[in-house]
Write a protein that binds this ligand. Structure first.
Ligand code: ADP
Ligand code: MG
Length: 729
């Protein structure tokens, strides 16, 4: 067996679960112990400093320098009680993952003594040397200044020996360079718009916040095997590998019992999450072997998103302790399920009403229907923008590719609501409604069961499914930042709700009563958006044809989907609602296209290297062995007998030769295509070139390698195989 694979498998065979040290106290005793939350703030901050933070969170009052000093001092004292020595501004640049630059509290006092210092200035703003984060041309390196600034709405926390302060990341000129800045703007926009609409029904509503409950899917792989797969290490996915004779066909992994090594990893992770105030709750196996899911209780979207980023980071670290590597790639293995990150999304008023849950009376139900219909219309009108928000080189394998569901956006409502909306369309005529008609309509609406969540049928193939009290956006990729889709969904919803309110107010001005105006606008929206509603199997080929007839988009090209950020209607949403300015939007598109090009470039290089340096030489060695065998046979047997007995082997030699020649030729062509693409300066053109002329080689070269894997002696095959990667426990 090849040395690398041999060592990896040997190491694996000696693996035992690493025992987890469970805390002796109750969960509620250590929950959020590492978070500078309101309770801790009250303990560590003078009253006026505490009030300054609360005012900043609730009404956005700026924090004065003096107060900031007091807050920083309290924060440092709290952190010191955990032996913390460093602090960092923690932010989310446009790469995957988070960034941090640790600085020690260490400083010299005026007398030259070493002291620990953490001032308000350092708490509020930091200037990381940010020239190497992607900025899409906003920041020239000669003035590479980016600033991080404290996001008071997300509390500081401690990881290891470091105090982490969640921050936004902006350029010298104030342009956003991260995910958090536009997310906060989108949440603000939807708050204003939804409050305006909710006030049509209830004047007591003053604020609408966004809830996000994410579900994180991932694969675990033993780290010895991972390290013996350069493709996994460098690209996050297997670029080759014949499918295992058994994988997910028996459906025996989903909700099956979790292997002890994995359980211990999960327990460890849960404890760390709970200390950080992350309310993780659910853990289970997923469909594919060695695939799992992790989900918390939903929270305010900004916090939930920070927590998702933090959890992804914790998962990587804690997995290492248990000799695992976590794969967040959307499709690490071909032939079996990929991983998503479902975003459960709802809107909630400060009066405690979930706007996507039926109310207690007809008025509450009208409010509910208004928001459901607006959400549906939002998806209908912004399907391309939603698609843009989730597209990436890696998620492209999960949507619209071979063996993946089509990349069509649709909304699933369930039988009950579908019927209800269809009835509403029939009942509301174009003429003025009679009082009887109005009563009948309200009665109908009044009959929605209060707890729809138990009455909603589930459709697991819908990308945007109503699940009783929320929508679940399932198209987002497991490696993505939730903010990417949350920015677009909330900005689009804000835009939609603003249009809705304008239309209702117009009708009222024209002499319609309020309820009637609302009914009329809703009716029109239900009719106009009808084609986005789909209750059937979203993975089927029939749906593709049907969606095409309905005129729904089905964009499979990655650069094409990214460019949907800059259509007229997308700009109306993103620039119109002040989420981005022109420059920021342009730079974001550029960053996404760059990321795409680089990922394909890296995959193509790694594949070239692996095939030429690992696979082809092994194939030749095996072929030589066959040739020796044939020569020997020829010496022993008579011609006829030799020809008969050696036929299969002679064919094998031929097949191996053909695969090897094809691989070599294609790698050469792929390299040439890369060179041509690399000469293109303009990023749009370059990304299309990469997609059209480089990307296809990844699939076609792999076919030959996977065929060789089946032909060559298992003993000498250089890379851990699918059955080993997927079934090692
Ligand atoms: P599933 O059946 O899809 O796996 P779960 O019950 O595990 O769903 O919940 C998925 C996520 O949805 C969890 O994070 C949960 O807290 C969240 N969730 C539940 N209700 C809401 C809501 N009203 N708004 C947003 N998220 C919610
Ligand atoms: Mg779900």
């Amino acid at each position: 067996m090849s040395k690398m694979r041999f060592i990896a498998l040997n190491e694996l065979s000696s693996r035992k679960p690493i025992e987890v040290c469970l805390p002796s106290n109750k969960l509620s005793d250590y929950y959020a112990s590492r978070v500078f939350d309101k309770k801790t703030m009250q303990e560590y901050l003078p009253k006026e400093a505490y009030k300054a933070v609360i005012d900043a969170i609730e009404i956005g009052t700026p924090i004065s320098r003096e107060k900031a000093d007091l807050i920083a001092n309290g924060m440092r004292n709290w952190a010191k009680s955990f032996g913390v020595t460093h602090y960092t501004h923690w932010f989310q640049p446009l790469t995957d993952g988070t960034a941090e630059k640790h600085d020690g509290f260490i400083d010299f006092s005026d007398d030259g003594d070493v002291i620990e210092r953490f001032s308000g200035k350092l708490l509020i703003q930091q200037e990381p040397d940010a020239s190497s984060f992607p900025s899409g041309g906003i920041r020239n390196t000669f003035e590479a200044r980016g600033y991080t600034a404290w996001d008071v709405s997300s509390p500081a926390f401690i990881v290891d020996d470091t105090l982490c302060i969640p921050t936004i990341f902006v350029s010298y000129t104030g342009d956003a360079l991260d995910y958090k800045t536009p997310l906060l703007k989108a949440l603000n926009a939807v708050d204003k718009a939804a409050t305006g609409v909710a006030q049509l029904f209830d004047k007591n509503v003053n604020k609408v916040s966004v809830n996000l409950g994410w579900e994180q899917e991932y694969f675990l792989v033993d780290s010895a095997l991972y390290n013996a797969r350069p493709d996994l290490c460098l690209t996050g996915r297997t670029l080759m590998g014949h499918s295992s004779a058994k994988d997910q066909q028996l459906d025996d992994h989903y909700f099956g019992s979790i292997p002890p090594r994995v359980t211990n990893f999960m327990k460890d992770l849960e404890i760390e999450c709970h200390k950080l105030g992350i309310p993780v709750k659910t853990r289970h196996n997923e469909v594919a072997p060695n695939q799992f899911e992790f989900a918390p209780i939903f929270e305010d979207a900004n916090l939930a998103n920070d927590h998702n980023q933090l959890v992804m980071d914790l998962m990587k670290r804690i997995a290492q302790k248990h000799n695992f590597n976590v794969l967040f790639h959307e499709k690490p293995y071909s032939g079996i399920n990929g991983s998503g990150k479902h975003n459960n999304w709802s809107l909630q008023t400060d009066t405690g009403i979930n706007l996507f849950a039926p109310g207690k009376n007809p008025k509450g139900n009208m409010l509910f229907i208004t928001f459901i219909v607006n959400a549906m219309m939002m998806v209908y009108k912004n399907q391309d923008l939603l698609r843009a928000s989730i597209v990436s080189a890696s998620n492209a394998h999960r949507l619209g590719a071979n063996e993946a569901p089509p990349s069509i956006l649709s909304v699933f409502l369930g039988k009950y609501l579908t019927k209800m909306l269809d009835e509403l369309v029939e009942q509301v005529g174009d003429k003025k409604m009679t009082p009887e008609e109005k009563t009948a309509l309200k009665l109908g609406i009044g009959r929605i069961p209060e707890i729809l969540i138990d009455n909603t049928d589930r459709n697991r193939t819908s990308p945007f499914a109503f699940t009783g009290n929320r929508f679940e956006f399932r198209a987002a990729g497991s490696s993505s930042n939730c903010a990417a889709s949350m920015i677009v969904i909330n900005a689009s919803m804000a835009h939609q709700l603003n249009l809705f309110r304008d239309e209702v107010e117009n009708l009222i001005k024209l002499g319609n009563g309020k309820d009637e105006a609302i009914f009329k606008v809703l009716k029109k929206m239900i009719k106009d958006s009808k084609s986005i509603r789909f209750e059937g199997d979203g993975y089927s080929d029939n749906w593709k044809l049907e969606a095409q007839k309905r005129g729904l988009s089905n964009i499979n090209s990655v650069p094409e989907a990214i460019l949907k950020y800059e259509t007229k209607s997308s700009k109306e949403v993103l620039i119109g609602e002040n989420i981005f300015n022109e420059r920021e939007l342009k730079s974001r598109i550029e960053v996404e296209l760059e990321k795409y090009v680089k990922k394909i470039q890296i995959e193509s290089r790694v594949l070239g290297d692996l095939t030429i340096n690992h696979i082809v030489p092994i194939a030749v060695i095996y072929q030589n062995r066959l040739l020796e065998n044939l020569i020997g046979m020829k010496q022993i047997f008579e011609k006829d007998e030799y020809e008969q007995l050696s036929e299969a082997r002679r064919n094998l030699v031929k097949e191996i030769s053909e695969h090897v020649s094809s691989i070599k030729a294609m790698v050469k062509q792929m390299t040439e295509e890369r060179k041509i693409a690399n000469r293109i300066e303009e990023i749009k053109e370059k990304s299309f070139e990469y997609e059209k002329n480089v990307n296809p080689y990844l699939e076609s070269i792999r076919e030959h390698v996977d065929a060789l894997e089946m032909e060559i002696d298992n003993e000498i095959w250089p890379l851990p195989k699918y059955r080993e990667l997927l079934f090692a426990k």
